[in-house]
Design a protein around this ligand. Structure first.
Ligand code: SAM
Length: 239
């Protein structure tokens, strides 16, 4: 999988070198290139924004540097289809199914907005290109200062799903948001709570069933607790 990120703050992406994603980069499971949008900005001031048409507060990111930066990464990759992800709080909300779907793509481009966002003609233009698919993506119903953190969240959700990234791929099987609710493919359950040694900590014991060694009982208990938790947090039982 090839990933390009376009931003005015490349330093935000230093943490990608850490932990499991750092290892995935070393193992070349994924290739990530970070591009500074200002490299495409004209003039000595390398300005990437301007005042909004129609008035209003704040500045809007200009289409020219965005067009140049996106064209450049598209030209540098040989994928047949390029998936452009425009981060915006006005986009479709990220969930586990979307992360799963994106983990199957070959080339992703992340456009990190700042200020009041990117001139919308950038989205419109690339939506009309036959070799580009565009999605406007939000990571939740709140507003951040920029798309960098939203991109990091999305990248982590995607990359951990790629084969070879997690030490034990079974970890993905029973995770929250991945467990289909019984009889309802659309709903997903939250995971049961987890415990490790010691068996008693500050007077609190691990649920006894987990010490029983009886796999059927443990499975039944976990499934019951997962259902209760899902009902409480998400207001659904999945039944
Ligand atoms: N004026 C925009 C609005 O009200 O929809 C908000 C712009 S926000 C201050 C600046 C940038 O942060 C956005 O262009 C986007 O890239 C990013 N951003 C902010 N909140 C986000 C969210 N919830 N999900 C994804 N990106 C977000």
């Amino acid at each position: 999988m090839q990933i390009d990120v376009i931003t005015i703050f490349p330093a935000y992406f230093e943490p990608l070198k850490l932990s499991l994603i750092g290892k995935a980069l070393e193992k070349q499971i994924v290739e990530i290139a970070i591009h500074d949008l200002r490299d495409q900005a004209p003039g000595v001031h390398k300005s990437v924004d301007d005042t909004p048409y129609g008035g209003g507060a704040g500045m809007v990111m200009s289409p020219e540097p965005w067009g140049a930066a996106i064209d450049q990464v598209i030209d540098s990759r040989d994928a047949q289809i390029h998936d452009l992800v425009v981060l915006t709080p006005a986009g479709q909300k990220l969930n586990q199914s979307m992360a799963q779907e994106m983990a199957g793509l070959s080339h992703l481009i992340f456009a990190c907005g700042r200020y009041e966002g990117i001139d919308h003609r950038v989205t419109d233009y690339y939506q009309a290109q036959p070799h580009v698919r565009v999605r406007e993506l939000s990571i939740g119903d709140y507003v951040l200062n920029g798309g960098e953190v939203a991109t990091l969240v999305t990248l982590e959700a995607i990359i951990r799903l790629l084969p070879g990234v997690l030490g034990n791929p079974d970890s993905l099987v029973e995770e929250s948001h991945s467990i289909p609710a019984p009889g309802d493919e659309e709903s997903h359950m939250l995971e049961y709570p987890n415990y490790t040694k010691p068996a008693v900590w500050r007077g609190l014991s691990v649920p006894e069933v987990l010490l029983s060694g009886n796999h059927a009982l443990i499975k039944g208990w976990r499934s019951k607790i997962a259902r209760e938790r899902t009902q409480k947090i998400l207001g659904q039982t999945g039944e």
